[in-house]
Every structure is written in structure tokens, then in C-alpha cells.
Design a protein around this ligand. Structure first.
Ligand code: ADP
Ligand code: MG
Length: 206
């Protein structure tokens, strides 16, 4: 992947976040404190500001730089969690000049492991993990079936969208939504929805 393509993908993800800012905030207003769209947009802006200094680097260093931009600009739960995810993915790709699909899967798995560690969380708790973990499985299946990079990301995005939809029925046991107990049921998790948006933007852009 050349640097122009990488830049296009990062930009597409940032634009998607900006475009969906109000929806993300609305979702977080229902079961949280109504700042998820604001947090995500702040992170996207910080990434775009830092992008010119990152784009000459390889994919691993780019992802790590994105994670650091997010961690240093976004508060709340999602900033450290997404920031850690991107930094772990970057570490996993360190030194890989031409990362393969398997390398990207390993990086995605490292990102998820980072979120689980940092958030002390797992699937079934109504978080971003309920979108990201199905996406990881779909990615693995698509790679085993020798699909193209675009098809692999499309499969991941579709699985994340389905997972995000299904968070509606989950009782939140992590994050702010857990304070609502039973009342968290009936709403999608904002972080699961933002994860699905990012994967969809990548799939469209690649
Ligand atoms: P805050 O909850 O601090 O206001 P945000 O609103 O930006 O931060 O992010 C909320 C999202 O973060 C949730 O929708 C959920 O997906 C995710 N989240 C919160 N806590 C955790 C956790 N422990 N593990 C994984 N994801 C979490
Ligand atoms: Mg919030």
C-alpha cells in the first residue's frame, strides 16, 4: 500500500467520524453522558493535524502515531481505549515493510487485546468489543478464503455493523452505560457503532 492510499484511508475514516458525530453523541446521550461524538471528532481532528508528519512513515509507525494523537487529545473511556488499540496495532506491524493480510489480522488482534487489557473488558458487556471481536473473526475467515483486501475489510465492516446492532439487546456491564443497569437495554452502544463506522470507512476507501 503506498502512502497516498494510506493517507486517503485515514482521511476517509476521519471524515466518516465527523459526518456521524451527531449520531454518536445522540447514542451516548441515551446511555452515557453524550460526548462520544465530540470525543471521536476531537480525536479525528488531532489525527488529521498530525498526519503530514506521519505519512512518510511505514504503516506500523503511522498507526502508532495515530494512537498517540488520540491518547493525547481525547479524554473519556474511548480515548485511551482507541488510542491503545492503534498503538498496539502499530507495534504489531513494526518493521514490516509490506504487511500481508495475516500481518493486518495480527495487528487487529493486538488492538483488541489492548482494549481488553486497558478496559478490563470482554465481549457481551455492550462495548466496542462487541463490534470489533466479530469483525476479527470475519476477517480471519475472509483471509482463509483467500479474499482480496477490500473483501476482507468489507466482511469485517459487515460483521461489526451486525455486532453493533446486536448490542441493543445487551445489558451494559462496563463503562458509564452500566450505571443504567436494565435501562441500558434497547439502545445501541455508541463505541460499537463508532467501531463499525471506522471499519466501513476503511472498507469503502481501500
Ligand atoms: P465516556 O464513557 O468516558 O463518556 P465515550 O463516551 O467517548 O467515553 O465512550 C464510550 C464508549 O466506550 C462506550 O460506548 C463503550 O463502547 C466504550 N467503553 C467504555 N468502557 C469500556 C471498557 N471498559 N472496555 C471497552 N470499551 C469500553
Ligand atoms: Mg460518553
Amino acid at each position: 500500500m503506498d502512502k497516498n492510499k494510506r493517507e486517503e484511508i485515514v482521511q476517509a475514516v476521519s471524515e466518516k467520524i465527523e459526518a456521524e458525530k451527531d449520531l454518536l453523541t445522540e447514542l451516548d446521550s441515551a446511555i452515557g453522558d453524550g460526548d462520544h461524538g465530540i470525543n471521536m471528532a476531537r480525536g479525528a481532528k488531532a489525527v488529521m493535524e498530525k498526519l503530514p508528519s506521519l505519512i512518510e512513515k511505514d504503516t506500523g509507525a503511522l498507526l502508532k502515531g495515530i494512537g498517540m494523537a488520540i491518547v493525547s487529545s481525547v479524554g473519556g473511556a474511548s480515548g485511551p481505549l482507541y488510542g491503545t488499540a492503534f498503538m498496539k496495532a502499530g507495534d504489531a506491524l513494526k518493521g514490516k515493510e509490506e504487511p500481508s493480510a495475516e500481518d493486518f489480522l495480527a495487528a487487529f488482534s493486538a488492538a483488541i487485546a489492548g482494549i481488553k487489557m486497558r478496559g478490563k473488558s470482554t465481549t457481551g458487556e455492550k462495548t466496542m468489543l462487541d463490534a470489533l471481536c466479530p469483525a476479527e473473526s470475519a476477517m480471519r475467515e475472509a483471509i482463509e478464503a483467500k479474499k482480496s483486501p477490500k473483501e476482507i475489510l468489507q466482511a469485517a465492516a459487515a460483521a461489526a455493523e451486525k455486532g453493533a446492532e446486536e448490542t441493543t439487546n445487551i445489558l451494559a456491564t462496563k463503562g458509564r452505560a452500566s450505571y443504567l443497569g436494565e435501562r441500558s437495554i434497547g439502545h445501541r452502544d455508541p463505541g460499537a457503532v463508532s467501531s463499525a463506522f471506522m471499519l466501513r470507512a476503511m472498507a469503502d476507501a481501500i
